[in-house]
Design a protein. Structure first.
Lengths: 261, 195
């Protein structure tokens, strides 16, 4: 049997993987692999033994009292306005959500309307608010993908130059985000929001590059992607605009509150 | 026993949806301790973990209609907690904070290393070692840390983690693998000395 790689040893530690009997047999006869596995065990055992602070026995009641007055009515049916959360399942709906928002904007812009200035202003504000919330979520997700890639293999996890690094999940996120990115950019053009338009325009080539990368990349290829992220400063730009968008969201909500009182 | 607890969870969910808030209280009291341990593994900080527990229950309550009676309520809470934690870490990471380990080779910086010649007993037990481990874990990306905590501390299978994080199985395996490798490199000097 050839020497097992680290992935096989990690699987063995967790009691997973195939052919564990022959793997153990190999470890018995191979000092190098045995030492490698022993070092892995020591590290993981040490981490496992890290203590977690104890809570009082009535911690559950404490949690209840802390949240009881903040409980809203639970939704009886799956929500139509489901907030997109991190993860592929959440992202799968992003394109559709973006399409709905764009459609709503186009409808608001091109459908004939009766003159009703106050209502029109409110409607425009609501539509602006919807876009800000959607773009804010979109930028958060983009930031997550960029961060995962920027930090991927930061310590040289792929030990040999020929070893491939799996970026399939980041690639899939990028594909999903690319669709919504284009739709939001189109909407930002129509609503004349240059800050959002510019950041989405800068984000597109980076997402495109990630989405079109192979599932498995070499250290060099990953380094190129990371260099591009760093050199364009895209992560920083996304953070800045994301923060601005949140400020705008808050400001819009305050305006709305003042309008209601 | 487990089945009975799960049945009971499902019954409490149904009662909550029928308008009985006290039923939700039972769920909170039953699951808080375990959820805190998980939240602490995700955040590495007591206050953040407590906030995360509360946020998880609030989100769970608002989304209770989406919970399927056949599912395990505990696993469902884990999923919400994992996603809240990922959101938290993303939003709270300061802009200038280093995303990587201090040294390019993946080890911790000299300032962070423990005294080079203490006894193995001291090394194993010292607060410094624990601090080093916490620093090493904090250096993982949010996804790596969450996946690692679920695998390593909670004993969740790759399939379960994949379900909780909404990732494909190869991507989940890879995320756990990357996390373990980073920890090994960061903690290598300590492990070497404790042999």
């Amino acid at each position: 049997m050839k020497h097992p790689d680290d992935e096989q040893l990690i699987a063995l530690y967790y009691g997973e993987g195939r052919d564990t009997d022959s793997l153990r047999e190999h470890l018995r006869g191979c000092l190098t692999c045995r030492e490698n596995f022993s070092s892995l065990e020591q590290t993981l055992d040490a981490v496992k033994n890290m203590p977690v602070p104890e809570r009082d026995s009535d911690y559950g009641s404490q949690v209840w009292y802390a949240i009881a007055n903040r409980l809203d009515l639970p939704e009886r049916r799956p929500a139509e306005q489901r907030r997109v959360t991190f993860g592929l399942r959440g992202l799968a709906g992003v394109g559709a959500l973006a399409a709905m928002i764009v459609a709503a904007f186009l409808a608001g812009r091109y459908w004939p309307r009766r003159p009703a200035p106050t209502v029109a202003t409110n409607t425009a504000q609501i539509r602006k608010g919807v876009l800000l919330v959607a773009v804010s979520d979109h930028l958060d997700h983009a930031q997550m993908v960029l961060m995962e890639l920027a930090n991927g293999d930061s310590d040289g996890t792929a030990q040999k130059p020929a070893e491939k690094i799996n970026i399939a999940n980041e690639q899939e996120w990028a594909e999903q985000l690319l669709v919504s990115n284009r739709l939001y950019e189109q909407t930002a053009q129509q609503t004349r929001d240059p800050e959002i338009e510019n950041i989405l325009s800068a984000l597109e080539p980076v997402l495109l590059e990630i989405a079109h990368s192979p599932d498995q990349v070499s250290s060099q290829q990953l380094q190129e992607i990371q260099d591009r992220i760093r050199n364009t400063g895209i992560l920083f730009k996304v953070r800045v605009v994301s923060s601005d968008v949140r400020d705008k969201e808050r400001s819009l909500a305050q305006q709305k509150d003042r309008g209601q009182t | 026993m487990v089945d009975r607890a799960e049945d009971s969870d499902a019954a409490h969910v149904a009662q909550t949806l029928a308008g009985n808030q006290e039923a939700f209280r039972s769920l909170v009291e039953r699951h808080s301790q375990r959820l805190f341990r998980l939240a602490y593994r995700f955040t590495g900080n007591e206050n953040d973990a407590e906030d995360l527990v509360q946020e998880t229950f609030l989100k769970a309550y608002r989304s209770l209609g989406k919970f399927e009676a056949r599912s395990n309520f505990g696993t469902w809470l884990y999923r919400i907690c994992a996603n809240c934690s990922l959101d938290h870490r993303r939003r709270r990471r300061p802009q200038g904070e280093s995303q990587e380990l201090d040294n390019p080779d993946g080890t911790l910086s000299a300032d962070n290393l423990v005294n080079p010649s203490p006894s193995p007993e001291r090394l194993l037990l010292s607060a410094e070692v624990q601090q080093e481990m916490e620093i090493a874990i904090q250096q993982l990306t949010p996804a790596e840390r969450t996946a690692f905590a679920l695998r390593h501390h909670e004993g969740r299978s790759i399939e379960e983690i994949s379900e909780i994080l909404g990732l494909r199985i190869p991507a989940t395996k890879n995320t756990v693998f990357r996390g373990v490798q980073k920890l090994r490199r960061a903690l290598a000097p300590l492990v070497g000395q404790t042999r």
